[in-house]
Design a protein around this ligand. Structure first.
Ligand SMILES: [Zn+2]
Length: 398
């Protein structure tokens, strides 16, 4: 149990809402934006320098092995001032809109190339130039004038020519009272407005969550064990796997794409509902999960097989991301969470089956439960350590 003296934490919130828009000028703007964005991507792409890097030699069991998983080419994105000026000049040639729109295009182009580069270096993307397929225009804050009294955004198209968007008397008006507006995304029929706000949460509970392939298993001393069934998500995905396979074998690309989109939407819907449910069922709570990015780093060595399989099938990263948007979350080192005995601390070498058995103290328990206890405890220990360190540095005790 936590001490009765409650601790407050701030949860930063971002919510995007859309407002319908009917304006003939929007189509023109988006058409220009998408074309300019693709041009910018093309130009950056053509100026990428491909650095050759040698395969890595690693020692494994006394032998030297060439690690062929390593990329042989590392893309270096052009960022020098001369290139950026050339890029900007080129885009300005065919720009009927305010100059800030060109800067908005350039920034978006870099962010697309940068995220492709990250995925490429992780082996998740091929050496293929990103293509813009959707119609949108991402605004820059310098192009926006926000009137919080009137709840109106004025977007500059050209000098003296504006687009007005209002969120007054919308269904979400009360939800974003006092929040600030971020950079909007313009679509053909609507404007998506991201709102930023914050919420003060009194922390009274810490739940450790073990993320599994078919379930989410939690533990908190005052509640006990919590089991969330994720089989509906899994069966939905299996149905779409089958549909996609059939469409692909018949060469129906459009149908295949449709299934991909539908699956994505249904998954998103499931994740949103799951996160909202956990938030309302467990208020005043910090939800602790395993840090899956850390798991990626050690994966080449020894991530438990079960967990690797789990990560491939269940969108855990997306679930964790959504959870951190709606509730207080924390992440801990995932190593050995289901191999360590929560009673005596003994680390079991091999793991098989669903039941954990400690050879030292004889504890017998479901592996998911063991992991959830360990995840929670790891967070509490880390917090205690941090407090001690802060105290030693002479900061006032919280
Ligand atoms: Zn034990």
């Amino acid at each position: 149990m936590l001490r009765s003296k409650e601790v407050c934490q701030i949860l930063e919130l971002v919510r995007a809402y859309s407002v319908p828009i009917r304006d003939d000028r929007v189509r023109g703007l988006i058409t220009w934006y998408v074309k300019a964005l693709q041009n910018a991507i093309d130009m950056i792409w053509d100026n990428i320098e491909w650095k050759y890097s040698f395969p890595e030699l690693v020692r494994r069991g006394g032998k030297l092995i060439t690690n062929m998983g390593l990329k042989m080419h590392v893309p270096i994105i052009p960022r020098d001032r001369a290139f950026k000026k050339r890029l900007r000049d080129e885009l300005m040639k065919d720009n009927p809109y305010a100059a800030h729109w060109v800067d908005a295009v350039i920034r978006k182009a870099y962010s697309i190339i940068e995220s492709w580069r990250k995925r490429y270096l992780k082996g998740r993307a091929r050496k293929i130039k990103p293509r813009i397929r959707r119609r949108f225009a991402k605004c820059k804050i310098t192009l926006m004038k926000i009137d919080y009294e009137a709840k109106t955004i004025r977007i500059t198209l050209k000098q003296g020519e504006y687009l007005y968007v209002s969120w007054r008397s919308t269904w979400f008006e009360h939800r974003v009272r006092g929040w600030t507006v971020g950079e909007v995304i313009i679509k053909d029929d609507r404007v998506v407005i991201p709102f930023k706000g914050s919420e003060e949460i009194e922390v009274r509970r810490v739940i450790g969550w073990d993320s599994n392939e078919l379930s989410l298993d939690g533990y908190e001393p005052s509640i006990g064990f919590i089991h969330v069934d994720l089989k509906p998500l899994q069966s939905m995905k299996i149905v779409y796997e089958r549909k996609k396979a059939i469409a692909q074998s018949r060469g129906k690309e459009e149908l295949y794409e449709k299934y991909v989109r539908r699956e994505r939407n249904r998954e998103k819907d499931f994740i949103n509902k799951l996160s909202a449910g956990l938030r309302s069922l467990f208020p005043n709570t910090i939800h602790v999960f395993e840090d899956l990015d850390k798991e990626d780093l050690v994966s080449r060595k020894r991530v438990e097989k079960v967990k690797r399989k789990r990560n491939a099938r269940t969108p855990w990263k997306r679930i964790h991301k959504r959870m951190s948007e709606v509730a207080l979350t924390a992440y801990v080192d995932p190593r050995n969470t289901s191999r360590e005995c929560p009673r005596c601390g003994y680390v079991v070498e091999t793991q098989e089956g669903h039941v954990f058995e400690c050879p030292r103290c004889g504890l017998k328990m479901s592996r998911h439960k063991v992991a959830s206890i360990n995840i929670r405890r790891r967070y509490m220990e880390e917090k205690r350590r941090r407090k001690r360190r802060a105290r030693m540095r002479g900061f006032p005790q919280q």
